[in-house]
Write a protein that binds this ligand. Structure first.
Ligand SMILES: Cc1cc2nc3c(=O)[nH]c(=O)nc-3n(C[C@H](O)[C@H](O)[C@H](O)COP(=O)(O)OP(=O)(O)OC[C@H]3O[C@@H](n4cnc5c(N)ncnc54)[C@H](O)[C@@H]3O)c2cc1C
Length: 378
């Protein structure tokens, strides 16, 4: 990962950002080293990395290219949903073995016109007949769907089901018709290429994960999303602060024997950076330590974990742009200039997406209602 980060992602990140294009070079590098299957269990040929290891991979890549790290994180989140909820089925085990060999890239479609950013609600429904399914969805945001080998799509269980009675369905690229419905000319995270898409798809019924999405969401998608996103938002901030540290060291070399005034700001920002690292690392460590027993899965359905993960997401998504801004104040005009080696525009714009990517207001509102009944606040 360090090699791909330093040799490939760093070299192409500005072009990816300027053209809002998919980071094809970085993804080719990740495929070459088998990084896309890091989350696949060892018994199926993957590296069997746990959440701590995956978060460190995302944090490393984000230091050079936030968009590439977000693509990798979203891929791992989907992979974890399969690895933790599909293992009883031979179809899914074969799929994962093939994924290791082919280094397939998985995308996600949870957002939908009419659900207003609530991932636990769907309008579209899967329709089954004769061992096959059909699924159409009008998604508001579909990161790198046009570049992925398969997309995991949330939908209602059937046409009579309630909006919250959802399933997760794997749609293969060759079985999907994607019609782009909006553009992706955004402030940041431009390389994730996430416009809206209308999806029309079909496939084998085996491609529907058997577990209710309510369980997949609480036991896997939310923990992996909030930890991996937090780790990459940290990585964006760490990359920016590294630039600021190099800048301050340059100042110090020009005046040997003196400590540049900006070094104090650097020391302050470093406290905040290390604080949020401990936050996501501790959540990943505790999640891994929980194991995968029925009792552990039950615990993940509880309010304690929901609150903790939501708080992690809010804390890291808010701290990341703050730290990048602190780096900008340290570097000054050379950080503000886009063509300087100390440019900080891209990490700042990328970091600002965190608070919107599942709106922090929406998450805080959920926490507010849970805290009314959850008594173990500390
Ligand atoms: C870089 C990036 C990549 C993404 N990739 C994908 C992807 O691959 N697949 C996918 O499905 N989606 C993706 N998304 C979309 C994401 O999952 C969310 O659905 C989307 O960001 C939410 O959009 P919204 O701001 O319109 O939603 P909303 O949650 O509706 O928020 C709109 C505004 O309403 C307010 N608000 C909402 N709820 C409350 C509340 N309860 N209390 C107070 N205020 C509230 C907030 O102020 C918020 O700013 C991506 C988003 C980003 C930024």
């Amino acid at each position: 990962m360090r090699k791909v980060t330093q040799d490939v992602a760093a070299a192409h990140a500005d072009d990816v950002d300027a053209k809002a294009r998919f980071p094809i070079e970085t993804l080719a590098g990740l495929r070459e080293y088998g990084v896309l299957s890091a989350a696949v269990p060892r018994e199926l040929g993957g590296a069997g990395c746990n959440l701590q290891e995956l978060s460190q991979l995302c944090a490393t890549l984000a230091q050079s290219c936030g968009s590439s790290a977000m693509v990798l994180a979203m891929h791992y989140i989907q992979l974890a949903c399969i690895a933790r909820h599909g293992m009883d089925s031979e179809w899914w085990r074969t799929y994962l073995r093939d994924l290791v060999r082919r280094q397939d890239l998985l995308a996600s479609m949870t957002s939908e016109v009419g659900t207003f950013g609530d991932t636990r609600s769907s309008v579209c429904a899967v329709r089954r007949s004769d061992g096959r399914f059909r699924l159409d969805k009008d998604a508001t945001t579909g990161s790198y769907c046009a570049h992925a080998d398969a997309i995991l799509v949330t939908c209602r269980r059937d046409e009579d089901a309630a909006r919250s009675d959802q399933l997760l369905v794997l749609v293969k690229r060759e079985d999907a018709k994607l019609t782009q419905t909006s553009t992706w000319d955004t402030m940041g995270m431009r390389g994730t290429c996430s416009p809206g898409f209308k999806l029309e798809s079909a496939g084998d019924e085996a491609q529907i994960l058997p577990a209710p999405f309510a369980d997949i969401s609480a036991q896997t998608m939310v923990p992996y999303s909030h930890v991996l996103w937090s780790s990459l938002w940290w990585g964006i901030a760490a990359g920016a602060l590294n630039k600021a540290a190099n800048f301050v060291r340059g100042q110090a070399r020009q005046n040997p024997g003196t400590t540049p005034p900006a070094a104090t700001r650097l020391a302050e920002a470093s406290v905040q950076l290390h604080g949020i690292k401990q936050n996501w690392l501790a959540a990943a460590r505790d999640f891994d330590a929980l194991g995968d027993s029925p009792a552990a899965r039950e615990e993940l359905l509880g309010m304690g974990w929901a609150l903790r993960l939501n708080e992690l997401k809010i804390a890291c998504s808010e701290a990341s742009p703050e730290i990048v801004q602190r780096a900008l104040k340290i570097v000054g005009i050379l950080g503000y200039k886009n063509d300087s080696p100390f440019a900080l525009g891209r990490p700042l714009r990328d970091a600002l997406s965190g608070a919107l990517m599942i709106s922090n207001d929406r998450i805080a509102a959920k926490n507010a209602s849970m805290l009314l009944v959850h008594k173990e606040i500390a």
